[in-house]
Design a protein around this ligand. Structure first.
Ligand code: ATP
Ligand code: MG
Length: 291
């Protein structure tokens, strides 16, 4: 049965696109058929990420200017650029990575935004969006549909959450994000949970990886102690957070400076299978398989 997982967040820049792209490619590399949808219709980024210029986009599909096969792009060849882990070889050749992109054209973004402000066209577009999921399930026999959305309470993000079985709400641990996440949990996730959707927090860019260079050669200092406390307290932080927001944390991913300062992060989990980030993506896959 197809599993549909949507990434959402209150604030921008919490790692939705990075994690959803790495997760999708890693799933396909493990032999699973995966369809990644860029439903960040206001600020799509996956065309840039995959360096792909699609002739037809999800926008064309929604306005009935394209059939499903024209908007779902087979990017499986990307997977061959990366080494396979031992034992993955046979499965990995069966895996498929499909991606559907949102249009980056300003006119198309305005057109979609305008159409959802009119009741008649809004319902028509919503029907087509539901059909997109159904057609992917029926024609592509997908194991996973992964949806990247816009941050905040936006029309297409909420629709994406509504068609997902599992929602992953990524957040960084700062005050504003916490307040907003609490709001999302109350206003949106609570009602979806009643309908059977599962939702989890996904902590990203948490503490625990990099030791600032200035501290690395110091055996003991108050700064070092503070660093150790921050890292050591993560478990307490997570359990307090779960209680506060009323959701469980599926995974906590540290802030990896080498990713943050990479001018062009691209499928790190596949490029560097020994990197701890790849281990985190694997752990996420195992958890999602068992939900
Ligand atoms: N665990 C991490 N460690 C370090 N850098 C990270 C990590 N996760 C993501 N990043 C970096 O953070 C930046 C923002 O990530 P990304 O674009 O995936 O966020 P987003 O939630 O999709 O943003 P938006 O809401 O604007 O679409 C990127 O430069 C990415 O490489
Ligand atoms: Mg994004």
């Amino acid at each position: 049965m197809t599993k549909c997982v949507a990434f959402h967040s209150y604030k921008g820049g919490t790692g939705k696109s990075t994690i959803s792209s790495n997760l999708s490619a890693a799933l396909a590399k493990k032999g699973l058929t995966t369809v990644l949808l860029d439903v960040d219709v206001y600020a799509p980024s996956l065309q840039d990420y995959f360096q792909w210029q699609p002739k037809k986009s999800i926008n064309d599909y929604l306005f009935e200017n394209a059939e499903i096969d024209e908007v779902i792009h087979d990017l499986s060849t990307v997977l061959n650029k990366f080494p396979s882990n031992d034992g993955e070889q046979s499965d990995s050749s069966k895996g498929k990575l499909f991606v559907a992109f949102s249009s980056t054209s300003k006119d198309e973004i305005y057109k979609l935004d305008g159409a959802v402000r009119q009741e008649g066209s809004k319902i028509q577009l919503l029907r087509k969006f539901l059909m997109l999921r159904e057609e992917i399930v029926a024609k592509y026999n997908a194991d996973f549909i992964i949806i990247d959305t816009s941050p905040g309470i936006r029309y297409w993000s909420i629709n994406s959450l509504a068609i997902a079985d599992t929602i992953l709400l990524s957040l960084k641990l700062d005050g504003i994000d916490l307040k907003g996440t609490r709001l999302l949990a109350k206003e949106i996730y609570e009602s979806l949970t009643k309908l059977g959707t599962k939702s989890y927090l996904l902590l990203n860019r948490a503490a625990g990886y990099c030791l600032p260079a200035s501290l690395a050669d110091q055996q003991s200092s108050s700064a070092q102690e503070m660093y150790n406390n921050t890292v050591g307290n993560q478990a307490t932080v997570v359990s307090k957070l779960n209680e506060d927001i009323g959701m469980d944390t599926i995974l906590s991913i540290p802030c990896y400076c080498d990713i943050q300062f990479d001018s062009n992060e691209f499928l790190t989990a596949l490029k560097f299978p020994d990197h701890p980030f790849a281990g985190k993506i694997d752990a996420l896959i195992e958890k999602l398989k068992n939900i």
